[in-house]
Design a protein around this ligand. Sequence first.
Ligand SMILES: N[C@@H](CCC(=O)N[C@@H](CS)C(=O)NCC(=O)O)C(=O)O
Length: 202
Amino acid sequence: MIKLYHSPASTNSRKVRIALIEKGLEFERVPIDLGKKEQKTPEYLKIHPFGQVPALDDEGFVVYDSTVINEYLEDEYPYPPLMPKDSDGRARARLMEDFRDNHFNIAFIRIFREMRGKPENERDPKAIDAAKAEIANYFERLDRELQGKEYLAGEFSLADIAFMANLDLIEKFDIQIDPKNKNVLAWIARLKARPSFAASAQ
Ligand SMILES: N[C@@H](CCC(=O)N[C@@H](CS)C(=O)NCC(=O)O)C(=O)O
């Protein structure tokens, strides 16, 4: 059976949980406690050389990095497809996933680092507000990207899954979405309605 080394709270782990559930694949969840630095133990470093989650073991074939894992799952288990068929659509889905991984999610990580384990008087409100303002700009971009479309690359794809992994944090971090971003609000409601959203929470 597929084994997923993950942390329940990690957004990058959730990306892979969602893809596995969308593909209807059974998998064993192996929790790695990031607080206890289990990701840096010599045994785990044999699975993931950079000591991070997620990592996936498919009957002895080990792959790490959420984006690479999801591409592997798409190649190995093509049905139901989670990438467009045409090269333009595939490039678009990859660009959107890159936007989430290297920009959108990074702003969330900055807020997480400020809030995690720090009493309120030790947090830097300016850093939190700056990250929230950046996320507000990203929602504007996403709203334009979603004009006339239900999902980022037309059909539901790995690009949407990447953003889906962050949706719970929007409420948790009290991030407001300007109501003028109607395409984003409708898209978020669509993503949250998918059974894989609730099923991937842990
Ligand atoms: N590019 C990697 C990033 C993985 C990553 O940042 N994982 C975080 C949790 S979301 C982690 O393991 N942090 C603990 C650490 O780096 O020690 C991916 O997409 O899988």
